[in-house]
Design a protein around this ligand. Structure first.
Ligand code: ACM
Length: 656
């Protein structure tokens, strides 16, 4: 995962043994040597083999070796670099060929995914693969502003990205809730804008280096002129409210009014200085200035800003923001950068060198490309909305339905999953990113016609386990939270309920953006639940098979599952009674019992081919309605499926 462009299975297998050895030829550099060493370590840990070769160094140049890697040249970590590779595995050995080491690193990830157990140990299947990405920009955006994510979180997620061949880490570094980088030109920004939680410049350089070592670009984002409360908490003189002496770091979620003053030369002085120091640290050509969700209230309320607008002949705030953006673009170009912004920056007169990140809809993506801008898609890839993986998987940055010329198509660079962090902390962020982001990675790498959902989920489950080897907590954090909630009791009944719930979707978990503050607890019931309940999915596919054919094997599984859910309430109630933190799920647990009982009755009627009476149906409606109530900011994910069993009992008379 992602599925390669061309795969051809061959007969025979390659047996993995402790004399496994890597050799290299062509023009290998330090990066591929280190990547090869990391590969050996992962191979060793996956197979338990005490490999004789511990490190790959320049003494391993030359022929021979069980895995031979040939790279023509060191790759540059930049947009449009060659990432292709070929991989040939046969009984006698493994050969990787790539134009650059970036392609060779992708090949190594592919090999690690192919390990299987055989009669006499671990092995690799005979195979020939020719692979390259469909899109050159395959990103993950991590918001480290709403909740700070320290460097170890960033590193393990970079490793996860590399495992699924993603190549852009977009760091959303500043927002109303925090200014998360050390500034040497204006230290007051991190001193007063971050609550002490920010990356030092050494850490930023470490992140850039760590990512580059894995073929991943890092694009920094400084979100201006809106989303700027943290800048203004440090430097209120840059704000748009005349004479306002102080601003606060924002603690809630939402869209806020504090906005940089685009008519103040000091604003440009500060931004130019901060961008200059960041442009040196973030060596990628692309630099993101945000630009989203500026509602301009503070601009409208400021007479001086309004006068400036009139004087310049700007017809609205969009034109004023375009003036602001264009000035930033000029600074960024002088530092050798291309400016990226959210799709609000697409305004008449925006220089064509700007790049548009489409988030409000695919229209912005298509419009941008039609107007000649480079662009990439995030609408449909908002993983913080807690939708299922298939939801994102079906989002295509370049569907057949869009009519664009070949030149315009090339401007669509790919996409980015966006991990907004209002409701996540370092302990839980991985469980929102993974494994669903692997499905997005596949959408951005694999051919457009790779879209078998069932097969995607089959592979996603395997990937999810493999991703744990990078220290990602997407699986482990769940039980850790449940153990805390259970206070020493067996967590099995908690798991049974949690596994069939999902956090409330979109932004309904946090009504008005004020139910949670940035300092609220985020290791509660909903934080253990994940967006894509595997249990719900398996139950649903079993029910689909069963409704098609009541003799299907899945009938027993369905009955067993419903009984487990039904009986869970008694065991769980005992734990809830002694755990005040679990009070919030008492109703939810009861709902699961009731809806499962309904499910069992419905299955019984279905099996007996009996039609229920109206009383039963009306009770069923009540149970289903109640089952949809939230509990602990989560909801049951099996209600639609049970409802479907109930509906199947009602024989609709179709008259002529
Ligand atoms: C955004 O989600 N405000 C870019």
């Amino acid at each position: 995962m992602p599925v390669p462009q061309e795969v051809s299975l061959q007969s025979g297998t390659f047996a993995l043994k402790k004399d496994f050895r890597i050799s290299l030829s062509g023009e290998p550099d330090q990066r591929i040597l280190q990547a090869s060493t990391r590969f050996l370590r992962r191979l060793s840990n996956r197979t338990g083999l005490f490999l004789k070769q511990g490190y790959v160094t320049d003494t391993n140049f030359g022929k021979g070796g069980s895995l031979h890697i040939h790279v023509n040249r060191p790759g540059e970590v930049r947009l449009h670099e060659d990432e292709s590779y070929t991989l040939d595995i046969s009984r006698s050995g493994i050969r990787v060929e790539a134009e650059t080491d970036l392609g060779a690193m992708h090949a190594m990830e592919t090999i690690l995914q192919l390990i299987e157990s055989g009669e006499s140990g671990y092995q690799l299947p005979g195979i020939e693969i020719t692979d390259s990405p469909r899109f050159p920009w395959r990103g993950l955006m991590m918001d480290v502003a709403r909740h700070f994510q320290p460097i170890e979180v960033i590193k393990r997620n970079i490793d996860g990205m590399a495992a699924v061949k993603m190549n852009v880490l977009h760091l959303h570094l500043t927002d109303d809730q925090g200014f998360r980088v050390e500034s040497k030109s204006y230290p007051v920004l991190h001193q007063k804008g971050s609550d002490g939680q920010y990356f030092t410049q050494t850490e930023l350089r470490t992140i850039v280096r760590y990512a580059a070592d894995r073929g991943i670009r890092v694009v920094p984002e400084f979100d201006v002129p809106g989303h700027a409360s943290s800048w203004l908490a440090a430097m209120p003189e840059l704000g748009s409210v005349e004479g306002k002496k102080s601003y606060e770091i924002e603690r809630n979620a939402g869209i806020f009014d504090p906005t940089l003053d685009p008519t103040n030369e000091k604003t440009y002085e500060v931004l130019a200085a901060v961008f200059k120091e960041m442009a040196e640290i973030f060596t990628d050509e692309y630099f993101h200035i945000g630009g989203d969700e500026n509602e301009g209230r503070h601009w409208d309320a400021n007479k001086r800003i309004q006068a400036f607008k009139n004087e310049k002949g700007f017809k609205d705030n969009h034109a004023l923001q375009n003036y602001f953006n264009t000035r930033l673009l000029t600074h960024l170009e002088s530092y050798g950068k291309r400016m990226v912004g959210w799709d609000e920056i697409l305004q008449p007169g925006l220089p064509k060198s700007a790049v548009i990140q489409s988030w409000r809809g695919i229209d912005a993506l298509v419009n941008s490309a039609q107007q000649g801008y480079q662009t990439f898609l995030s609408n449909g890839f908002y993983i913080d909305l807690m939708h299922t993986a298939v939801n994102h998987y079906k989002t295509d940055p370049l569907p057949d339905s869009v009519s664009l010329t070949d030149e315009q198509r090339k401007l669509i660079l790919g996409g980015e999953a966006t991990m907004w962090a209002e409701l996540v902390i370092p302990h839980t962020v991985d469980s929102r990113i993974w494994p669903r982001t692997a499905a997005i990675a596949e959408r951005l790498w694999s051919a457009q016609d790779v879209n078998d959902v069932e097969d995607m989920y089959r592979r996603l489950e395997i990937m999810s386990l493999q991703l744990e080897e990078h220290g990602l907590l997407h699986i482990a954090s769940r039980d850790q939270i449940l153990r805390k909630l259970a206070g020493g009791h067996d967590i099995a009944p908690l798991q049974t309920l949690n596994n069939i719930t999902g956090p409330l979707q979109r932004y309904t978990r946090n009504p008005g953006g004020t139910m949670y503050q940035s300092y609220s607890p985020f290791t509660l019931w909903a934080d253990a639940a994940v967006a894509d309940s595997e249990t719900a999915r398996k139950f649903d596919s079993a029910v689909q098979a069963y409704l098609n054919d009541k003799n299907a094997k899945s009938g027993d599984y369905i009955k067993d599952q419903l009984l487990i859910w039904y009986e869970n309430h008694e065991a769980l109630s005992k734990i809830i009674r002694v755990s005040p933190m679990l009070k919030e799920i008492e109703g939810l647990s009861e709902q699961l019992m009731e809806v499962s009982e309904l499910g069992m009755q419905a299955v019984y009627l279905f099996e007996k081919n009996e039609t229920p009476d109206l009383n039963w149906l009306s009770e069923a409606e009540k149970v289903l309605k109640k089952a949809r109530l939230q509990g602990g900011r989560t909801e049951l994910m099996n209600v639609n499926t049970i409802e479907q069993i109930v509906r199947s009992l009602v024989k609709v008379e179709t008259g002529n």
